[in-house]
Design a protein around this ligand. Structure first.
Ligand code: AMP
Length: 175
């Protein structure tokens, strides 16, 4: 499997106590802003999924969109946004999930994923796994087949993988 020849971790900035006390926010914007680091990250995230017949890359709002879109282009696939409640203009289906302070709802256009869709799910960070698990449920409600799940970063100590039950996961940076 391809690994980046450059040290991508040096482009991630830790922001302590953001958005609230006790959270160390992993800011990927310096990586996105550097042409070589951005290209290396997109290439490495895409590479294991080339030739796997993926026709949809689903990105989780909102930072997931910034990675899902170039990965979709690289895989010659379409891109589908998974959005917060009320943002998509046409008929949607939804999945609920629990965050630290209450419940959230994620939505997709009901016709965005079809029973023959082979889907790669993408987000910036895998933390507890609740968000990605809800996204998997949403895709599977539409009978899409999840071929893989890709994250730029994984917070291993939160063991989010456990919630994704054996689906092929690619993460570039582990903490
Ligand atoms: P979780 O559902 O706990 O796996 O959280 C994943 C979602 O929350 C992703 O969409 C991330 O963008 C965001 N997230 C969680 N923890 C962090 C973090 N430390 N830094 C940046 N984003 C985070």
């Amino acid at each position: 499997m391809k690994t980046a020849t450059m040290d991508l971790s040096s482009y991630i900035k830790d922001v302590p106590d953001f958005p609230k006390k006790g959270i160390v926010f992993k800011d990927m914007t310096p990586l996105l802003a550097d042409a070589a680091a951005f290209a290396a990250a997109i290439d490495c995230l895409s590479e294991p999924f080339i030739g796997k017949g993926i026709n949809i890359v689903a990105g989780i709002e909102s930072r997931g969109f910034l990675l899902a879109t170039p990965i979709a282009y690289r895989l010659n696939a379409g891109v589908v946004p998974l959005r917060k409640k009320g943002k998509l203009p046409r008929q949607t289906i939804s999945a609920n999930y629990v965050l630290e302070y209450g419940e959230e709802t994620m939505e997709a256009h009901a016709d965005a994923i079809r029973p023959d869709s082979r889907v790669l799910l993408v987000d910036d960070v895998l933390a507890t796994g609740g968000t990605a698990e809800a996204a998997c449920r949403l895709i599977e409600k539409l009978r899409g087949k999840i071929e893989g799940v890709a994250f730029l970063m994984e917070l291993k100590f939160l063991n989010g993988r456990r919630k994704l039950d054996g689906r092929p996961i690619r993460s570039l940076l582990s903490y």
